[in-house]
Design a protein around this ligand. Sequence first.
Ligand SMILES: [Zn+2]
Length: 270
Amino acid sequence: MRKIILVFALFLGVAACKTNPFTGKKVLNFYPNSQIFPTAFAQYDQFLTENKVVENTADAKMITKVGQRISSAAERWLTANGYSGYLKDYKWEYNLVNDETVNAWCMPGGKIVFYTGILPICKGETGVAVVMGHEVAHALADHGAQRMSAGTLQQLGAVAGNVAIQDPEKRNIFNQAYGVGSQVGVMLPFSRSHETEADRIGLQIMAIAGYDPAEAAELWKRMKANSGGEAPPEFMSTHPSNDTRIKNLTEWAPAARAEAKKFGVTSFQK
Ligand SMILES: [Zn+2]
């Protein structure tokens, strides 16, 4: 039985490698969008009914505007690089929620939440674009699905004989991967490599959207100054360290600007 499980896991692993368009790397992901997105969309809607969504204020409108600029930049990049259709199952949505937590997150398929608590650190539209680019990047790179895939392999190894992935169990894996159920809307931390990847992709997209990528390092300096106490789980995750992050983002900014120039962007909003 154990052997069968191992062979099955190996099969899933091999059959389910998908290329990340932004890095060109093969990644383990055997959850197609069609399996994950409906669950994510339902969880997102539920979160919105249970929390205070801010509507029609200047801040709420800014979140939507930045989100649209960022996702449209991502679409332009994907189309130019031979990935048109990559976003066909995505249903972008950007909401501001009244909550003092310093956080923002994106569920698979482009469902984004900003908490009002992160706005003072963003300071303005370009700061919001830094956070938005990072969150959108997690969704574009399927980081959630990869985490679920890794979790499934672990479960297959741990639960001998339970090869069939039943629906309730899949939901359980989703909930574990997203922290749903324990604290609604609080995402578990991504791995350090996923964080770094989201920083890099996010920087590129924000530049293509016309925002100054130099603002990314500035935002993280403010984040560092703010994080005296306990860091919230996702956005201010301690991996990579703030200093590494600031250093990376400063180094990558010129490349992000150069990439944006290919899309005709020559001046950047500060
Ligand atoms: Zn992140």
